[in-house]
Ligand binder design. Structure first.
Ligand code: MN
Length: 325
């Protein structure tokens, strides 16, 4: 599907008080990376990006599929560790089975949230179950935990009763935080939002935004024009804080994930699956994982756990939350 013919015509009405077009917006194109081990599936990663590290506390955004998983292993991510973050697993099609070191075994389906809070240390695996739908399509995002909460005990929650609100001609499911008066029960540690937005074909909608938040709109379908920019599936358009609304035009039926949050002021050191604050802390986490120390055990996964990659030859440095350079 292409909406190229629309692109030249789409301009924002700059006289609109609601749409502050003076604020910059940038489209982050994803890079394709293998997920997990040797049987890896390719995913499209928009955060971290060379032009942008974070949106609020959101520090990692992967989109995958739709993949045909009728044959082959589907998703297979062997047991691996995390520190300092929450993982947010959200599906549009298919199923993923989560297992973790605090004893959780939880299938997640479209419309449901699997939320894992690593706190100081957790390990988990993710796999396509043996009995599964033909197609797999979803996202996984990470939320950085703030300093005062990043060493909490690891825990897991599943949410199948997320609120749904109609916003004009859009149907919005609130995954995390609050949107349009509806609040998810998922626990957050900084002010943030995640909401799935479904829009019928050939609609022109305006979504209100929390002005104190930075925002991203991750396209989950093709044919979206967001504030005048064509955003293809797996790409994300980013808005700095200060915006009151975003306009989305669809060609076919459209879906997007809106994420946002207050700018995250702490500098992070992110490496592999660890979110820390210093090189030495990451080295320690890696050594602990390799020694089988502190991250618990994932029961029931048919396969070996992931080995940590070697550390780079240079010291990891904290990075600012926006530009990498
Ligand atoms: Mn993980």
């Amino acid at each position: 599907m292409s909406n190229l013919e629309r692109r030249p015509e789409e301009t924002i009405c700059s006289s609109s008080a609601e749409l502050d077009t003076a604020r910059t917006a940038e489209v982050l194109e994803p890079r394709e990376v293998p997920l997990g081990g040797p049987r890896a599936m390719l995913v499209q990663r928009t955060l971290p990006h060379k032009d942008r590290r974070m949106i609020g506390a959101w520090c990692f955004v992967d989109h995958y599929g739709p993949h045909d998983v009728t044959s082959g292993p589907g998703m297979q991510v062997p047991p691996h560790p995390h520190t300092g973050l929450q993982t947010v697993s959200w599906l549009l099609e298919g199923e993923v089975l989560h297992r973790d070191s605090v004893g959780s075994v939880q299938l997640v389906r479209p419309g449901e949230l699997n939320l894992m809070t690593s706190g100081r240390a957790i390990s988990h695996s993710e796999e396509s179950p043996a009995e599964r739908s033909a197609r797999l399509h979803g996202v996984q995002l990470w939320v950085a935990l703030p300093g005062q909460h990043r060493h909490v005990d690891p825990w897991f929650s599943h949410h199948a009763d997320l609120p749904v609100v109609e916003v004009g001609d859009a149907t919005v499911r609130v995954v995390m935080g609050e949107y349009a008066g509806a609040t998810s029960k998922a626990v957050t540690y900084t002010p943030l939002v995640a909401a799935e937005v479904a829009i019928a074909a050939e609609q022109d909608i305006t979504l209100p935004l929390e002005v104190s938040f930075e925002h991203g709109v991750l396209a989950l379908s093709d044919g979206l024009t967001v504030d005048g920019s064509s955003v293809s599936r797996g790409s994300m358009i980013v808005f700095d804080a200060g915006r009151a609304a975003v306009r989305i035009i669809t060609s076919g039926p459209g879906q997007a994930l809106l994420i946002g949050g207050t700018p995250f002021e702490e500098e992070l050191v992110m490496w592999w699956n660890f979110v820390g604050r210093s090189h030495d802390e990451i080295v320690q986490a890696r050594q602990d994982w390799e020694a089988g120390r502190g991250f618990g055990e994932v029961q029931g996964y048919a396969g070996d756990r992931l080995a940590a990659p070697p550390m780079p030859g240079t010291r990891l440095r904290p990075r600012p939350r926006t530009r990498l350079t």
